[in-house]
Design a protein around this ligand. Structure first.
Ligand SMILES: [Zn+2]
Ligand SMILES: [Zn+2]
Length: 134
């Protein structure tokens, strides 16, 4: 059985409680060697965007297929900063766009790699499809 990470949208913090499952190898890939790296994820149901620090406690055995994901890099408030904030989310079934449109994301508090807050409403710098297991 595969081990997966569970990301739950925080319903104590404007979220909806929706859960998404991510393959542990996928999580290891995006984290690299930084065990405490934050993974930004936009909830495909309510658009609430949170930073997750995933630990062993977030792992579950064989909970299902990994969600097909898209990586959106958001612009920050600094005009000349190109770092961007990487945010993962579930892709729509028919296109490579997010299931929850970017215009409906709640990104307050999300920062770029240089530590600046991202623009509200969110603006895309670039995007990339991540082919999860089907
Ligand atoms: Zn949610
Ligand atoms: Zn920035």
């Amino acid at each position: 059985m595969a081990e997966m990470y569970v990301l739950s949208c925080d319903d104590d913090n404007d979220g909806c409680g929706h859960s998404v499952f991510l393959d542990k190898f996928f999580v290891a890939n995006i984290r690299g060697t930084a065990e405490d790296a934050t993974l930004n994820f936009a909830c495909p149901d309510c658009g609430n965007t949170q930073g997750y620090v995933l630990s062993e406690e977030d792992k579950r055995e064989g909970v299902g297929p990994q969600t097909r994901l898209v990586l959106i890099t958001l612009k920050c408030e600094e005009t000349h900063c190109e770092s961007g904030a990487k945010v993962y989310t579930q892709a729509s079934e028919k296109t490579d766009e997010p299931k929850k449109p970017l215009s409906e994301w709640k990104v307050q508090g999300v920062t770029c790699l240089a530590g600046h807050l991202v623009k509200v409403p969110p603006e895309r710098l670039r995007s990339k499809i991540i082919l999860g297991r089907q």
